[in-house]
Design a protein around this ligand. Structure first.
Ligand SMILES: C[S@@+](CC[C@H](N)C(=O)[O-])C[C@H]1O[C@@H](n2cnc3c(N)ncnc32)[C@H](O)[C@@H]1O
Length: 214
């Protein structure tokens, strides 16, 4: 069940039966041109690419909602015209308490849940980062803690989580660490290699932990 697929996610989504996935947790291109820049903030340089020139068309959102029982879609503010109204928005609060006009205070995710809106605090501004996860060279690598929070709060062990816009694999790593099955789809070979490498580290660390315990 755990797999990373190289290709256009629509090709994978259309083959999945209705509501066959427990949780869809993803971070699609926002259409703001970030991937063309070559460097963001204090992150290390990355290969400029063109995947963020536009947001995915509505057909992608319709398929994501068809195949899964529940959805968390980061950057939901960019896709509000393609999604129904929701009261349960998630907020990743990145502020370190200091006034700052360079970085955003937060990122927000649309969800399908009929629950109160929720906030998670993990500082992420320039060099000020609570996340200790190394940057692997993807321009929009999400904080691992944020994806772990989403998956831990909205799924249970043994569930299957899909991320059709996997990037460097953060959702798959979070799912694996939390005992969920995962399917990740990513169209770019370089990013697929990053995701596979990160998952290998998770496997190696598990094996080392088990050896230490034995
Ligand atoms: C915002 S990034 C995801 C970053 C990810 N959350 C991470 O932590 O690395 C969106 C990703 O979607 C991929 N992508 C864009 N369109 C796609 C498509 N139609 N099918 C599969 N992947 C796609 C891009 O190559 C990019 O890596």
């Amino acid at each position: 069940m755990n797999r990373i697929i190289l290709g256009n996610c629509l090709d994978t989504l259309v083959r999945l039966p209705d509501k066959s996935i427990d949780l869809l947790c993803t971070d699609p291109p926002y259409g703001i041109g970030i991937s063309k820049r070559g460097q963001i903030g204090t992150g290390r340089p990355f290969t400029p690419k063109r995947w963020d020139t536009s947001a995915p068309p509505k057909a992608y959102f319709d398929e994501m909602r068809r195949v899964s029982k529940a959805q968390i879609i980061w950057g939901g503010n960019y896709f509000a015209n393609m999604l129904p109204a929701s009261r349960c928005w998630l907020v990743w609060w990145k502020n370190d308490g200091l006034p700052c006009h360079t970085f955003a205070d937060c990122e927000i995710a649309w969800t399908s849940f009929d629950k109160n809106a929720q906030v998670f605090n993990s500082r992420w501004r320039g060099f000020v980062r609570d996340s200790k996860e190394p940057r692997v060279g993807h321009p929009t690598q999400k904080a691992l803690e944020v994806m772990k929070w989403c998956i831990a709060s909205f799924s249970k062990p043994g569930d299957t989580v899909i991320d059709p816009f996997l990037g460097s694999g953060t959702t798959a790593v979070a799912a694996k660490l939390l005992g969920r099955n995962f399917i990740g789809v990513e169209q770019d070979e370089e990013y697929v290699a990053m995701a596979r490498q990160r998952l290998r580290h998770v496997n190696d660390n598990h094996a080392n932990d088990n050896r230490r315990k034995a």
